[in-house]
Design a protein around this ligand. Sequence first.
Ligand SMILES: Nc1nc2c(c(=O)[nH]1)N[C@H]1C(S)=C(S)[C@@H](COP(=O)(O)O)O[C@H]1N2
Ligand SMILES: [Mo]
Length: 396
Amino acid sequence: MSNKIPRRTWLKAAAVTAVASLVGNTRAEPQDPTKTQGASPGKLGSRSPFEQPEKKPSDISSRTPLQDLYGTITPSDLHFERSHAGVPVIDPEKYELLIHGMVERPMIFRLKDLKRFPAFSRIAFIECSGNFRTGKTTMTPQEICGLTSQSEWTGVMLSTLFREVGVSPKASWFLAEGSDAAVMTRSIPVSKGLEDGMIAYAQNGEAIRPQQGYPARLFLPGWEGNTNVKWIRRIELSDQPFMTREETSKYTETVKDGKIRQFSFDMDARSVITYPSYPQQVEKGWIEIRGIAWSGRGKIDSVEVSTDAGKNWTKAILQEPVLDKAHTYFRHLWRWDGQTTEIMSRAIDDTGYRQPTLQQLINARGTDMGGYHVNPVTAWVLQQDGTVLFKPEKWK
Ligand SMILES: Nc1nc2c(c(=O)[nH]1)N[C@H]1C(S)=C(S)[C@@H](COP(=O)(O)O)O[C@H]1N2
Ligand SMILES: [Mo]
């Protein structure tokens, strides 16, 4: 594009554009940055004033702006939030985690006790089981499925703590209890705790954020968001589930014939194209379609992309590393001829599970399937003028 323009002219043009977009946008006077000393190093970094990604808060949650992100790590201040009774303030000096019930030695761990154990880190996503919205064409990935984010979590493995307290071989479930006003409680199979559960006290290299459970939360890779109890204060071992309100009145799904599914822990494989998506605009020619795919059951095996409304599908390129139970970046280079079309993606995980369409979900679970574990293929309509719209499908 710029190869015919002499470099000097091009640079000037770029400067003019920058000045134009600065007006009304920032306090800084637009200057030639090579002629004046820049700002001094500060105590904290900050975002460029030209970049203002934001979460979308409601009373109960706040969504990650997936369409504004690159790669797979969610900046901590953009991690989605879902709290049933607000974010409590917990003094790390007074923090205690009690582990009791069917154990040899009931114990209380302070934060500094937790930090004495081997510190384990892993990159994985969290997704709320209620992560699906539809209805209008002007919806962003954030609005449709922004209740998922990814971090590098650091903490102590539950298997380590379970060994420390001597969990009885007869214990098959544990209760995880939070210290927020919701006193959120969930029953979790001991097998999951031993497999890859952890008590996380850090997120992306710093102490976990208050919104994510400061000073410590339960982290169960790949399992529905609500099992990842934040501000965790108590774990009780038992030989049966506790049947709390979060697993009886809530977080169950109607399947078919009046049957209800309970303890639907795994998050099913899903993907979404984040570029191009609403409200972005594209030009005719080469477009790199990009997005994220994830599965609560394992690794992403492949992502298929269709640029002709689902008639033909091509394998996208997966960006390494492809991690277990982690958002995985995919890309697909495509030449758009400028005609109106629909683009979409579907994820296939290493268990062979393939992301369904909304219609397939409805066929399998009935029209009153409720709002949990709804992970349909998301389609975007590219219009001739280069604008992109969400394609909402009839649901209920
Ligand atoms: N103590 C406590 N833990 C909680 C919740 C809560 O309200 N209280 N919300 C749960 C729900 S529904 C979800 S989806 C995840 C959200 O985690 P995040 O806010 O760190 O994104 O936390 C879970 N853990
Ligand atoms: Mo959730």
